[in-house]
Ligand binder design. Structure first.
Ligand code: FAD
Ligand code: DHB
Length: 388
């Protein structure tokens, strides 16, 4: 089998890349390890930057997002159980859209199906060959039979645990990593959100986030030690701890109910450089991970897709140099979002070894954010996403 671009991984970045390439007349095949139902069932990110929303519209997959997504013109931060609002519209004339990654993925699958795109799921043993040379190809096993796909380019869209990044020789790749000494315990509950906008809460007991998917589906998170397990947290214990960390006014009106999903995600910052080796380009979580504070993970994956799509389009139009700039262009934005996510994580969380001095500094910075339009503007500019 032959195609122009072999895409390893059918998560949001692989699917969006295949859709944009198709619209530019470039063929691709997507290879996905899991079943489609599994990929669509994963509860992950919830907030889209306006640049991501524009990209999805350009890819022809923005209609349902525009109908069913919830534009948010600001967000709330909280310190010592007192909330305050940062007004994105007033400060930077932008809104974010609350629309779950599961929905984005469903829309992308629907679009690829409508255009008869080739997505091969439940593939095993994907292996990249000659990615650093001139005859790149990918092999895999499906239903006990080995298959081979020859291509011009391989896009490694296979997430942090995928095979693509590991196919680059260690002598070529530099990896930067910070693992945080806590995780996020997240629950989904069929209850109305506690507030119209998100609330990010710093508290001496630990961080909490109140988010949502729609008018009757709430998503809440608590900072927990890395040693905790989701099973050890009863719903009652979760709600009780959440009430202690969020603004008092929100705690009073919080509606609780049974959780329909409960899981713990570890927090890490990770960047691999460069994002291109020969005919292989890494995209999204395959190349970088941010802690979820600030909702940058999915949005960064989408901006990588934008840069790679542009570079490949130029390459197929005869401009062979554009692809040389892909890694540096993507990494410039990646590092800025890595900085913001690290800063916001540090500001909002309690670290196990922290001194009361550190909590005072965090509270002072949040007090500054509560009162300084200039500090708020810098936060808003990063939160809504830096320009593509
Ligand atoms: P992925 O979504 O990871 O997709 C990669 C795909 O490749 C997967 O479908 C995988 O099955 C497939 N794959 C892997 N290995 C292979 C292989 N060898 N062969 C073939 N296919 C393979 N971001 C936020 O902004 N907010 C959040 O709240 C948030 N929560 C998260 C919770 C969890 C548990 C995780 C893991 C991530 C979360 N993120 C969050 C990050 C966000 O979901 C990711 O940044 C986003 O999914 C990146 O998209 P991607 O397509 O690059 O990678
Ligand atoms: C969600 C996750 C985030 O990491 C975030 O910053 C905001 C919202 C969410 O899952 O809804």
């Amino acid at each position: 089998m032959r195609t122009q671009v072999a895409i390893v991984g059918g998560g949001p970045s692989g699917l969006l890349l295949s859709q944009l390439l198709h619209l530019s007349g470039i063929e691709s095949v997507v290879l996905e390890r899991r079943s489609r139902a599994h990929v669509m069932g994963r509860i992950r990110a919830g907030v889209l930057e306006p640049g991501t929303a524009r990209l999805l519209r350009r890819a022809g997959v923005g209609d349902r997002m525009d109908r069913e997504g919830h534009p948010h013109g600001g967000t709330h931060l909280s310190v010592r159980n007192q909330g305050f609002r940062v007004d994105f519209e007033a400060l930077v004339s932008e809104q974010v859209i609350v629309y779950g990654q599961t929905e984005v993925t469903k829309d992308l699958y629907a679009a690829r199906d409508a255009h008869e795109g080739t997505i091969i799921d439940e593939v095993e043993g994907v292996t990249l060959h000659d990615a650093g040379g001139e005859t790149p190809h990918v092999t895999w096993v499906k239903d006990g039979t080995e298959h081979r796909l020859d291509c011009d380019w391989i896009a490694g869209c296979d997430g942090f645990h995928g095979v693509s990044r590991r196919s680059i020789p260690a002598s070529v790749l530099t990896e930067y990593e910070r693992v945080y000494p806590f995780g996020w315990l997240g629950i989904l509950s069929e209850t109305p959100p506690v507030a119209e906008e998100l609330i990010y809460a710093n508290h001496a007991r630990g961080f909490a986030l109140c988010s949502m998917r729609n008018a009757n589906l709430s998503r809440y998170y608590l900072q927990v030690p890395n040693t905790d397990t989701a099973d050890a947290w009863s719903d009652d214990a979760f709600w009780s701890e959440l009430r202690k960390r969020i603004p008092s006014a929100a705690a009073e009106v919080l509606q609780t109910g049974p959780s329909i999903e409960k899981s713990i995600a570890p927090l890490r910052s990770f960047v691999a450089e460069p994002m291109r080796w020969g005919r292989l380009c890494l995209v999204g979580d395959a190349a970088h991970i941010v802690p979820p504070t600030g909702a940058k993970g999915l949005n960064l994956a989408m901006s990588d897709v934008h840069y790679l799509h542009e570079a490949l389009r130029h390459w197929y139009e005869g401009d062979r140099a554009a692809i040389d700039g892909y890694s540096a262009r993507a990494l410039s934005r990646v590092w800025k979002a890595t900085r913001f996510s690290w800063w916001f994580t540090t500001l909002m969380h309690r670290f196990p070894d922290q001194h009361p001095f550190d909590q005072h500094l965090r509270e002072a910075e949040l007090d500054l954010l509560a009162t300084s339009p200039r500090a708020q503007a810098a936060f808003a500019e990063n939160y809504v996403g830096l320009p593509l």
